[in-house]
Write a protein of this length. Structure first.
Lengths: 315, 315
């Protein structure tokens, strides 16, 4: 049986572009990150990415494919990046074509949250499953959906925008006019703002920096009542969205990653309670609520894995 | 090319069991309905169904398969009906086996809302699509989901329970402990109760019977302000759930059937407004909001069509 080859995984972010080499489930090398904002436009930045990729290929012969995870909308089939709001000049860029022309390697370009879901499905907590929903928590809330053993991309490659789904039809008005979007309640900044307000109500003044998920996890671990309430409230809101995914898709697993998920039992404990109390038997009896295996490397791992599969390799 | 054969479609309800003969997209015959509650238990009722099926086969030679749509949970693969709350004795009944033993025809048993979705997908408003969500509105709110050109059943055949998804994380507590379930706001009885309360607030006393969806549609058509508000409110709540399906699955179409959908533009007008104002481009630019083609015959049409496909016939 032939060995699974190496692949390049690229995690393109508004601050840095991270590039690594994947062997099976492990990144065996990562290049120093590229500072996204140091480049005038797509041409210069793509050139920089190609230089890093070429360096990695010299050090690791046998790289067989390149996968790129991008924020925002991507036409997966054509590999076109439609529009990056935070990176200048990135409008309708045929990134897949550009990279494969420059490297002569099969290349895929996919939404970054889908890459995270892919990493968990193929290499992480969701291995072997056919129906799962992966959620990544940070400043924004993203996700990816696997149904019938296939990634769900939808008709315009937009599927998986879990953070934009509503938990309150009369709720806060979000970036797209959508009311009650989960992201507008449990994004890092919203958690911090809600926590500060709760502290203030309890007569305690906190800087917003002391209300980060990490600080709130630390406080809750030390028995801070307000922080515990914050985590319960975050869990209650997340449980609503997850419950909706369960009633709609009846998945085997929900996988949660990203910064907020690092709170561990502080989040997963009340989340399990709020979620399972709102589902009937067939929806919860075979449901696992799982922390993600991968952290900040998920995008690279998922993109590289997807690239290998699309190039026809077993992973 | 061989002709698509005839098939039997059964729509099993708590009041009646309806059995018809499908040819392509049309029911060419339907038997007088069986009164579900007239039978002591599953054995007697299944015998009655078999007698009707045999009669129809005598009149229509060439029937090639049987499909049954059932309320509640069904194990599609094994064809087992887990539990009917409204029909005595129906616990863990291997209906597929029983019917195929008695008729020697390939048989499938599926959830009734999935059958409705199947009918719309294969024979109705969703023909040729690969990504759609079908919703049926009545006393309850059900649905079915098609993703990547396949029915979504999930790991325990429970998928598509759109009426149980939440529109308000602090909302009304539903039958399964779930808060804010759509069905608890826009089921027929809830619409009627909300309408009566709105009329009362406006100083108008109405019987609950005068607040049926049909009566409210009639009133709204005649310019009744309260009734128009009721429809706008129903649309606003439904738009939230539909929007969630869009952000999550990016479908090509949402298809709405059942009694409430008969309100036509009174519902679809405000629904389109509330829905499209809460979606970004890729989610709405290729989205169609469509009335179902089939009415009360959807279950029979979908079950029979599914039976033919599962038996290997092109439909």
């Amino acid at each position: 049986m032939s060995e699974t080859p190496l692949a390049i995984g690229v995690d393109f972010g508004g601050t840095t572009v991270k590039i690594g080499v994947l062997y099976r489930s492990n990144l065996i090398d990562t290049a120093p990150p590229i500072a996204t904002q140091d480049y005038e436009g797509p041409d210069e930045l793509i050139d920089a990415m190609v230089r890093v990729i070429n360096d990695l290929r010299e050090q690791h012969p046998g790289i067989a494919a390149i996968g790129v995870g991008m924020p925002g909308f991507v036409n997966f089939e054509e590999g076109i990046v439609h529009n990056l709001t935070n990176v200048r000049g990135w409008v309708e860029i045929p990134l897949k074509q550009r990279l494969s022309d420059a490297t002569l390697l099969p290349t895929v370009v996919e939404n970054d949250a889908n890459c995270m879901a892919y990493a968990e499905w193929k290499r992480g907590s969701g291995r072997g499953l056919n129906h799962l929903v992966a959620i990544t928590m940070g400043t924004g809330v993203g996700g990816g959906v696997i149904v019938n053993g296939k990634m769900v991309r939808g008709c315009q490659y937009g599927a998986g925008e879990i953070g934009q789904t509503s938990i309150d039809y009369q709720g806060r008005v979000g970036a797209y006019g959508n009311k009650g979007a989960l992201e507008d309640y449990v994004g890092n900044n919203e958690i911090a703002a809600d926590a500060r307000a709760r502290y203030e109500q309890a007569g305690i003044y906190k800087n917003i920096a002391d209300c980060s998920p990490a600080a709130l996890a630390n406080a809750a671990t030390n028995g801070d009542e307000v922080a515990l309430q914050v985590w319960d409230d975050v869990a209650r809101k997340m449980a609503t969205t997850i419950m909706n995914c369960c009633w709609l898709l009846n998945p085997e697993a929900i996988i949660i990653g990203g910064g907020v998920a690092k709170a561990g039992d502080l989040l997963f404990g009340p989340l399990q309670t709020h979620l399972f109390s709102q589902l009937s038997g067939p929806f919860k009896d075979h449901l696992s609520l799982l922390p993600a295996r991968f952290g900040s490397e998920a995008g690279m791992v998922g993109a590289a894995t997807l690239a290998l599969e699309e190039a026809g390799f077993a992973v």
